[in-house]
Structure formats: structure tokens, C-alpha cells
Design a binder for this molecule. Structure first.
Ligand SMILES: NC(=O)C[C@H](N)C(=O)O
Length: 426
């Protein structure tokens, strides 16, 4: 038990009220320091200072994100209430970091009717030039992490995005990432599985039409994403996707239409809507249930991105079909550390393929599904206690990422099964 105790009496977006009380005599000066999470802009008010407490605001505390409280009269059994007024109540605008990665939102065609065959050509600065004035909504900083079509995003760029977000979390109130829509759901799934963003909204955004097209959707989508990241209502919701006026959970979203502006679908439901500068959330802050947050043990510096990329073990996806050839499994087993199969229906594979999967007993094989909806239940596995794991509700590309993270963490087959099972009932 600490000898000096801090109790949070109340804590909301704007205020935190703590009680500090001494508990025992025989306190040494070191016992009397208490660190509270505050930032430079917070104001501290000591109420009922029965404890002779000395509060040092963060600004006088070496500019860290904490406040040291020192009780100078520790033997006194009385309390001291300290109110920390969060900077939301000061008039500072939210600070938003924008990370550019490319995609159609950063693309140009050769004429205004072209909506295919365009190429990535715009920097994040040029994208920002095309949106309405946001100087009264937030302060922004931006960084170009890469500028590619999202088909080119591999584990190298993925780790760059991971680092870009991780490095910005402490300094910004919200983060926006521009990204191609084709593989956006893989990146958002990876980020939600690896970053604990606390209350900071991480908002991914893309577009379906290039910037040169009539009625290009990119500028409005980007504008909305910045507003969403700046809004206090977006806190504590994890990784979000803002596209076509809808706000969705990055963990669950799937691209379901290859061409339409309404390209994303989420069976778990949209979280909210953006209309005429108003953000409407349908639910209170919520994060996807039962996620395993994987800890990536990597250097967060930029220069290490390429070296770290080796860390994610290769996993491939095989797409099953009538006459599916089991020898394909032998071919990929020599190169990949894990395999995901998009099975027919809810885990159906020809008997000969099931036998081959069990034969490859050292390689984890996740049974996912070709169907967009529904799940693969454990009951449909050829053997419940082997190297074969049910992917539950996860589609093949998300199963692939989850399996990579399990392999990276060196989990046993049983632990992998628990991770897939815990989140998705697989
Ligand atoms: N709409 C898009 O962004 C598609 C593009 N091919 C990409 O994913 O980068």
C-alpha cells in the first residue's frame, strides 16, 4: 500500500478531482511525491489544503506531462483535494497530426471524367490546400510517411504508419491518416491490434475518386476526418474510418464495393454520421470487444523502419474453390510461417485438403471464409486440438494479420486459438 494515497474522485473530459491523503506516519520525503497525469496547459487548484500540499504544475515540472504533488505534512491524517482543470477548458485549439500515405485521395487523372487508371501524385500539403479553412477548428502538423497506392503497402509501410502514430500520440489530440481504400481495412485492423491510443482518436480517411475528377470525394472526406479527430466526442473510440459521411470502427470495416463512393460496409454498424458540420455518434464511446493488444518490441525511430520489417513473419492466403489442389499447401509451407485459407462456406474444404492441413502439423493454418458475412465455427474444423484454427468472423486478410501478430509474439497453437476464439468465437 502506498503511504500517500491518491484517489480519483471524479474525472471527465474537462476536469479531474483527486484527493490526496496521508496514510501512515514514518514517511520519508520520497514517499510523499505523487505523480498525476496532467499537461502544461492544465491549471491546478488546491481545495481544502489540510495536508500542506505543494502542487507543482507540469509547466514547472520540467515540462513533462505530469504534475508532482508533495505533501509537506505527511503525518497529518487529513485530506487535500486537488482539482486539475484539463486544457479542454482553456481556449487552445486541438492539435491534429496528419500523416500522408497516398491512395486515390492523393491521385490525379488526365481529365475530369477519368475515375480509373489515375496515379498517385499529390502531397499531403496539396490535399490540405483543397479543403475548407480549418484554422478555427484545430492546429495541424503534417508528415508525408510515403505516397503510394495502397496495393504497395507492405509490412515496411505498415510499420512506418505504426511508428508515425505511436510517436504522435503523446503530443497531439487527434491523428488523421490519409490512405488508399483498397487495403485500408488491413492497416486499421493492424493499428487497432497494436496501438493503445487511450482517448486520442485515430482517424483513417481515403477517397474513391481522384482529386481531378468531377465531384471528387477526397476533400470533403479529409475535411470531415480532421473535424472528427478534433471533436471531443471522438475520444476513447479507438481507430476510426471516416468515409462518405459515415464514421466506422477501423477494426470491423471492410471494403465491399470496388468502385462506388459508398465503398465500405460494416456489419457491426456505423458508429456515427457527419452532416453539415455536425458529428452525430449513435453510441457512447466504445471500443471493439476482446481485442488482444499485441506489444511490438520495436525501435520507434524512423531509420529503423526497414530493419524492423523483418520482424513480421510471412503468412499467405489461399483461396479455396472446386477442385482445390492440396499440393498448393506443400508449395507455400516451405516459404511461409503461417497459412490462411479462404474456405468454402463456414470452413468447408475437400477431405484431402483437410488431411494435408493436419499433416503440416508445425504450421498454424487458419480456416477463414470466402463469404463476406458469417463465421467459421470450431465445430467445422477437421481437428479441434491441432495446428488448425477457426478464424471466426474474421475475413482472410484480417486473419492473416492476426496470425502474423500471433507468430511475432511466439504464441503456441493453444494461445493462438484462444486469441482467435476470444475475439470472434472462432
Ligand atoms: N480508392 C482507392 O484509394 C483505391 C486505390 N487503388 C488505393 O487503394 O490506393
Amino acid at each position: 500500500m502506498p503511504k500517500v494515497e491518491v484517489t480519483t474522485i471524479c474525472s471527465d473530459a474537462e476536469n479531474s478531482l483527486f484527493t490526496v491523503s496521508s496514510r501512515k506516519d514514518q514517511l520519508t520525503p520520497e514517499d510523499n511525491s505523487i505523480i498525476l497525469p496532467t499537461s502544461n496547459d492544465d491549471t491546478l487548484t488546491v481545495i481544502n489544503n489540510n495536508l500542506d500540499t505543494n502542487c507543482k504544475p507540469a509547466s514547472e515540472n520540467g515540462g513533462t506531462d505530469t504534475t508532482t504533488i508533495i505533501t509537506t505534512n505527511p503525518k497529518n491524517q487529513k485530506n487535500c483535494n486537488i482539482k486539475i482543470t484539463k486544457n479542454a477548458t482553456s481556449n487552445r485549439l486541438p492539435r491534429i497530426k496528419i500523416l500522408g500515405t497516398g491512395g486515390t485521395i492523393a491521385s490525379k487523372g488526365s481529365n475530369s471524367s477519368q475515375t480509373a487508371g489515375y496515379h498517385v501524385d499529390l502531397t499531403i500539403q496539396e490535399l490540405l490546400d483543397a479543403i475548407p479553412d480549418i484554422s478555427e477548428i484545430c492546429e495541424i502538423e503534417y508528415e508525408q510517411l510515403c505516397n503510394v497506392d495502397s496495393k504497395e503497402i507492405s509490412h515496411v509501410q505498415l510499420l512506418k504508419i505504426y511508428k508515425g502514430i505511436s510517436n504522435s500520440l503523446q503530443k497531439f489530440d487527434g491523428i488523421v491518416i490519409t490512405h488508399g481504400t483498397d487495403t485500408l481495412a488491413e492497416t486499421t485492423f493492424f493499428i487497432e491490434s497494436t496501438i493503445d491510443c487511450g482517448e486520442v482518436p485515430i482517424v483513417f480517411v481515403g477517397s474513391m475518386r481522384p482529386s481531378t475528377s468531377v465531384s471528387a470525394d477526397g476533400p470533403m472526406n479529409l475535411y470531415q476526418a480532421i473535424c472528427i479527430a478534433s471533436d471531443a466526442k471522438s475520444k476513447n473510440r479507438g481507430t476510426l474510418v471516416s468515409l462518405n459521411d459515415q464514421i466506422s470502427a477501423g477494426y470491423y470495416i471492410t471494403k465491399t464495393n470496388a468502385n462506388s463512393l459508398d465503398s465500405f460496409n460494416v456489419r457491426q454498424g456505423y458508429l456515427g454520421n457527419f452532416v453539415n458540420n455536425e458529428i452525430h455518434y449513435y453510441y457512447p464511446p466504445v471500443k471493439p470487444q476482446g481485442i488482444t493488444k499485441f506489444k511490438l518490441n520495436i525501435d520507434k525511430s524512423e531509420s529503423e523502419a526497414d530493419a524492423d520489417a523483418e520482424l513480421l513473419p510471412p503468412v499467405c492466403i489461399l483461396y479455396a474453390h472446386q477442385s482445390f489442389d492440396s499440393t498448393l499447401l506443400d508449395l507455400v509451407a516451405t516459404r511461409y510461417k503461417g497459412i490462411v485459407i479462404a474456405t468454402m462456406g463456414a470452413g468447408s474444404l475437400p477431405d484431402i485438403v483437410n488431411e494435408k492441413c493436419l499433416e503440416l502439423s508445425n504450421i498454424p493454418i487458419v480456416y477463414s471464409k470466402r463469404s463476406m458475412d458469417g463465421m467459421v465455427p470450431i465445430a467445422n474444423l477437421p481437428n479441434r486440438c491441432s495446428n488448425v484454427i477457426a478464424g471466426g468472423y474474421l475475413n482472410p486478410e484480417k486473419s492473416r494479420i492476426l496470425l502474423q501478430l500471433c507468430l511475432y509474439s511466439k504464441y503456441s497453437f493453444d494461445e493462438m486459438r484462444d486469441i482467435f476464439n476470444g475475439v470472434y468465437g472462432g
